[in-house]
Design a binder for this molecule. Sequence first.
Ligand code: ADP
Ligand code: NI
Length: 203
Amino acid sequence: MTEEFVRQNMKGYDSGHDWWHIERVRRLAKHINEKEALADPFIVDITALLHDTADSKFAGRNGEQGYSLIADYMDSCEMSEIKAPVLNVIRNISFSSGEKYTILNDPLLCMVQDADRLDAIGAIGIARAFNYGGFRNNPIYLPGKESENSGKSTIGHFYDKLLKLKDLMNTSTGRIIAEERHKILEKFLEQFYSEWYFVKDKR
Ligand code: ADP
Ligand code: NI
């Protein structure tokens, strides 16, 4: 039933933020918790399920409206007891708010945030980035703006965020998976530039 609540409230999100993102984050969070054994599996699953429900970028809601929607939902199905820790994660999970909370001493937040970030890198992360860029009608690449002032291009987003995520992992399990996925980003960029700046082979 929580699945149905989440599906209903994510209508209108871009397709990189769809139900399957939620499923992947659930699976990753479960895996991390199995390795790290830091929290009750049910709370981890509920948090992963609900983590994007209040996203103010979509669905025309502001953050507070989203949080109270979740709070009311949890009260309505006897989850009031875990409401506070779950909402704490949802409030603090995003990249931008994450930067403000550099000391992450909540193991639930650590694990679900790692799971969410892992889904933004590797092959899936690349697919999601270009999907989001398309959704916003952003250019794929603005030459000369690879770092810092990257404009709004999707390749720019790699430098603004995606390439940084490996070093922002909270758990050692997350770090191991991130290392692998980070290499995919680097390989992709190398190939991307070699095709963009194609020079006929001089052999
Ligand atoms: P979070 O809310 O988890 O911090 P976002 O909602 O900002 O992250 O991003 C969700 C997905 O959309 C990620 O895969 C991210 O890389 C992608 N994304 C966000 N902003 C951009 C952008 N400007 N260009 C391309 N992809 C983006
Ligand atoms: Ni997410």
